[in-house]
Design a protein around this ligand. Structure first.
Ligand code: BGC
Length: 508
């Protein structure tokens, strides 16, 4: 090889080395970035862990907090609110009743026809309407005038096809924390789920509705004010008398159950015809140091309109799960370029809604088309490689699994409190009707569940069922049945209105 040839060869070798080094360098950097994304996922998995031992701690904490909330006003973050529902519908209710169900992004109006005998399908007409966003943060007058205008149209339409009721009685489902003073009066304590109508806090919500009815010339009497959980329990119990508790897992989350009057220490002397009363737990506000909290939860809470409130709800309900997932993807995007440059949409709070998260989680196409489309259309992240799409599915899985397992622990916590978890519980197995702890061990126990997240998110539902069975154990779990109720919150309010107006109804 001549001198020139040698120089050329050295030159080529040098260039090759530089190029190879650059390629290797890029690969190393990209691998390092990928490892960072994997690291974010691993950290999330670690922080969201809910092994059985932890779930048991949450069960115990729930039962203990229930006791504390029943013992004194403000004794716990669980408000354990009185509902003045001391009897549940029993099938003897008769007549036509209306219900208005307000508690989330939609409101529902129902007309329910009761035949005076228990029937598995109650005849009812229902109309669902979205609550316009601006009314969720406006004035109470605007909100109620809007609702009553829709109610009026509904009544006119219904009565044109059917004979009008002699008196129009209404069950009002209002799904926010309310301190009730009777069956049909109660003061709004605070808003949740993105509502914020300041002039209404501290006001009697029934009075607000009754005034709007008169203002708009609609002759209707608000006979009962109920939380959505209470309506659901009413319908659940109407359909199946073994139903002891109701849970809502939708935009928000909450539970209620039938409690013995003597266990409600903060309201001793409360006159009840049945020796018990339904208690609205407002479990969305439950808190315990055993809850697996992540930095994402802390930031979400701090930036929410109700910081330090509704901690359990912010880990479980439909309003928040998509938002937690968005925060994790944003962190991944900031730590690496695997999702391309950080998309402005990805920085927008609450842009990723939970139904879309569920669709990504349940995407079973081989190349995760649904995930790709959601990332592209909603979060503005294009051309995401398959391995990154898989990571997104993993994030959805971790967030929904934690939520479902915590909700399951909450349910078993209630069963423990009333001695229906198979262990004798901290109530010592003393049940309404005098059941002993040994008979309570084998009694069938039904918990009815309603809410879009539970009903429409299959993976969430499966994780929840699996966790309830895991906590209760193989031997006892067949005694506990989880049942879906449809439109229970509204139909149940009509049933309660009927049960308290009807002279024929009998105490439970
Ligand atoms: C409210 C509860 C309601 C639950 C489910 C929570 O945000 O505080 O009153 O039952 O959502 O709708």
């Amino acid at each position: 090889m001549g001198k020139v040839g040698f120089v050329v060869a050295v030159g080529i070798a040098t260039v090759t080395c530089v190029v190879a080094a650059a390629v290797v360098g890029r690969r190393v950097r990209s691998r390092r970035k990928w490892m960072r994304v994997v690291g974010v996922l691993k950290e999330l998995e670690q922080a969201c862990q809910t092994p059985l031992s932890r779930l048991r701690q949450v069960v115990d904490a729930m039962a203990v907090e229930m006791h504390a909330g029943l013992a004194s006003e403000g004794g716990s973050k669980l408000k354990m609110l009185l509902t003045y529902v001391d009897k549940l519908p029993n099938g003897s209710e008769k007549g036509i009743y209306y219900a208005l169900d307000l508690g989330g992004t939609n409101f529902r109006i129902l007309r329910v026809q009761l035949e005076g005998r228990r029937s598995s399908t109650i005849r009812h007409d229902v109309e669902r309407m979205p609550v316009p966003q601006h009314l969720m943060t406006g004035t109470s007058k605007d909100l109620f005038d809007f609702i009553v205008a829709s109610l009026r149209q509904f009544v006119e339409k219904e009565e044109a096809k059917d004979s009008p009721a002699s008196t129009r009685e209404l069950g009002f489902t209002f799904s926010f924390p309310v301190k009730q003073t009777s069956l049909n009066s109660g003061l709004l304590m605070k808003w949740t789920k993105g509502f914020s109508i300041n002039d209404m806090v501290g006001k009697d919500v029934c009075e607000c509705l009754q005034q709007a009815l008169s203002r708009n010339g609609l002759d209707m009497h608000v006979a009962a004010l109920v939380n959505d959980t209470v309506g659901t329990l009413a319908l659940g119990h109407y359909n199946d008398e073994d139903t002891v508790a109701a849970v809502i897992i939708g935009t928000g989350t909450n539970a209620c159950y039938f409690e013995r009057a003597d266990a409600i220490i903060k309201a001793q002397g409360l006159p009840t015809t049945s020796g018990g009363m339904v208690v609205n737990m407002e479990w969305g506000n439950f808190w315990s140091s055993h809850l697996p909290r992540t930095s994402y939860d802390i930031e979400l809470d701090a930036q929410s309109p109700n910081p330090n409130d509704q901690g359990f709800e912010k880990m479980i309900s439909g309003m928040y799960l998509g938002e937690i997932v968005r925060r994790v993807i944003l962190r991944m995007s900031l730590e690496s370029d695997i999702f391309g440059p950080v998309s402005p949409s990805l920085c927008e709070a609450f842009i990723l809604r939970t139904p879309l998260m569920a669709a990504m989680h349940e995407d079973d196409s081989p190349d995760l088309n649904v995930v790709a489309r959601a990332l592209n259309d909603v979060l503005g992240i294009r051309d995401v490689p398959l391995k990154a799409r898989k990571i997104v599915v993993n994030v959805c899985d971790v967030v929904s699994r934690r939520a479902a397992r915590l909700a399951a622990a909450g349910i078993v916590g209630i069963l423990k409190k009333i001695g229906r978890d198979g262990t004798g519980g901290i109530a010592g197995g003393r049940l309404k009707g005098g059941g002993s702890s040994s008979s309570s061990r084998s009694r069938r126990t039904v918990v009815t569940i309603e809410g879009g997240l539970y009903v429409e998110y299959r993976m969430f539902r499966e994780y929840l069922h699996e966790a309830v069975a895991e906590i209760l154990g193989e031997e006892f779990s067949p005694h506990v049945v989880l049942k879906v109720t449809e439109d229970g919150s509204g139909i149940g309010a009509a049933l309660i209105a009927a049960s308290y107006s009807s002279s024929e109804s009998v105490d439970t």
